[in-house]
Design a protein around this ligand. Structure first.
Ligand SMILES: [Zn+2]
Length: 167
């Protein structure tokens, strides 16, 4: 028997309130409801974190996240919805089986996430962006255009470019 609590939930060895299930994902109500409607979307096949996900798992998680979020919006009518996912103890992960929190939000609900901005010099993050783009291109040669794509392709291929264009 696995000692991973989410593997045991997937296997039905631990009871859960299931709200969605497909080939790769299982979604169930979090036992610790921060707000009503707090759902966890987990992969069925064990992956400790984002870095261990297979592409098919990542795609299924994205689809399930959107589908369940829309269902939560209708059912609970929250003012907002937070999508939270942590990788590694330093990032706040406590159950080391990949999962995403879908958390309906309301003004003043007490849920907080602090952003202790460090403001590194611009030359540091530009170098990090170049290194990240090189590593991504090496690992996934057939993926969509990245931030390093020619300017004409950036608008449809890169969130950073789109965000910059709006501001
Ligand atoms: Zn597991």
């Amino acid at each position: 028997m696995s000692d991973c609590v989410f593997c045991r939930i997937v296997a039905g060895q631990i009871p859960s309130t299931r709200v969605h299930e497909d080939e790769h994902t299982l979604a169930f109500m979090d036992l610790g409801q921060v707000n009503p409607g707090h759902v966890l979307v987990a992969v069925k096949k064990h992956a400790a974190n984002l870095f261990e996900l297979e592409v098919a798992q990542a795609e299924a998680i994205a689809r399930a996240t959107v589908k369940i979020s829309n269902a939560l919006k209708k059912a609970f009518e929250p003012e907002g919805l937070s999508v939270y996912q942590a990788n590694g103890k330093a990032a706040g992960q406590t159950v080391f089986h990949y999962h995403v929190h879908l958390l309906p939000r309301h003004a003043g609900d007490g849920m907080e996430l602090t952003w202790p901005v460090k403001n590194p010099p611009a030359k540091n993050w530009k170098a990090t962006r170049r290194k990240s783009a090189r590593n991504s291109a090496r690992k996934a040669p057939n993926r969509r255009p990245s931030c390093s794509a020619p300017k004409s392709r950036r608008a449809r291929g890169c969130g950073f470019a789109r965000r910059g264009a709006r501001s």
